[in-house]
Ligand binder design. Sequence first.
Ligand code: ASP
Length: 586
Amino acid sequence: MRSHYCGDLRKEHIGEDITLCGWVHRRRDHGGVIFLDVRDREGLAQVVFDPDREESFALADSCRNEFVIEIKGTVRSRPEGTINPEMPTGEIEVLGKELVILNKSETPPFQLDEHQNVGEDVRLRNRYIDLRRPEMQEKLRFRSKVSNAIRNYLDDNGFLDIETPILNRATPEGARDFLVPSRVHDGQFFALPQSPQLFKQLLMVSGFDRYYQIAKCFRDEDLRADRQPEFTQIDIETSFMDEEGIMGLTEDMIRKLFLELKGVDLGDFPRMPYSEAMQRFGSDKPDLRYPMELVDVADLMANIEFKVFAGPANDPKCRVTALKVPGGAKLTRKNIDDYTKFVGIYGAKGLAWIKVNEIENGVNGLQSPIIKFLGDEVTMAIMDRLGAENGDIVFFGADKAKIVSEALGALRIKVGEDLEMSEREWAPLWVVDFPMFEETDTGLTALHHPFTAPSCTPEELKENPLDALSRAYDMVLNGCELGGGSVRIHDQEMQAKVLEILGISDEEAEDKFGFLLNALQYGAPPHGGLAFGLDRLIMLMTGTESIREVIAFPKTQSASCMMTEAPGEVSAAQLRELNIKLRKTP
Ligand code: ASP
């Protein structure tokens, strides 16, 4: 129907007869002349209707916001003084000659033609209208460009796009599965994939060598701000490539993506062992835009009377750590109280601090409620280790290592943001040398997943599982995990050993992924891969705060869709067919 998109019209079209199709963005009546701003996915064009074309004038007059129209007219330059340099089409307008109203619209639940603070619930309930907004159009278009660039890169590098099933058996990826009852197999359930992990490994056993898929994955987790129950992964697996090869290739892919779509050169990604990341930044995804680091001071506190510090300082499971914030002495009591509450989220019981006012005057130049407990000597030794300078504030954490790392690690970023301490816009890195296992209340669990290869022999692994490192790697950008993966176990003996250490019995292993264990017996090549979170990647690239803003039809924090009202109840007949009887929740 259309000859041009509204947003594409420029000076060079002046004099052309054109046809536009789109939505009435705004209608203005200017002393007998009607202006319609017509919108389509490329932008806006101003169309003018004069009263001398009676029929189209009357129709234009009857148009309301969001009516869908078709216009035939002629492009002309805007009269002197009415050029709008803010608009890409601001030099021209269209003299409207014929107008067809293709469809009317009720008054939309919120206006699209002015900046308004509409609640997210209203936007999500009316997502089809919300998605008409130029920002949303821009984000989804950008998303499409990213997937396209990734497909092209992987295709150029010999990767095959292969689909894997959505209806699966439950796999042990760590999160809770979404289950789908099988009608045909009474009492049995499919699980939706948490990732295509096992299938992509099997594709390597089958000899495909390089696989990728932009795959929907499902995890029934309690949602945090940046999580969705269904999300998209760029899933990759290769054979005959070690971690160097895989990291090199995917780093190159991300670097090219940023260069092509954002004009940003991310440079070479540094590598950091997990233990160093935890030690220096209190996080396995350190945000290196901020210069501050955690400095351990347990040795200096070991002999003081003050139990709050001395206790953890003498406990190997604990950490006593300081965070020096340059320029932080200006923080108010209220700021410090807020930060104390903030670290409380991570389990910290308090937040001790020392302000450095005049370091040249020794402890007299410091301000803090805790110096009297630490003693002058210890206090100054800490200042010395931190290289404290006037104007700094030092925060302390003393507790279980996990609590201190998480609390001070998060505080480091929070204060960094609040005091605008970011030193660069983009800070990528690889985190490597993860431990194979971590200890939980229920025993050992795999830090990545049970198919990740260790960097030691099965015997060494058995001997000292908690010291074993894995061949896993995470790509981190600005404190977000963009992607993660590993070299896999391709040897059946090693796989059996890992499952044994994880306390997964032969029967359970056979039951859940016997097919993988079998496949490993039939010439499985060395292989490895990784998966990137596409939603998060787009979020970072577009500078968006919420993951919901880069997904066309997202779920809310409580895992529901406000528009379709999914999940919903099903009919008794459907349940009967599935042989499912609902228990009344008390
Ligand atoms: N399947 C893993 C995940 O979803 C990624 C990988 O190891 O390739 O995190």
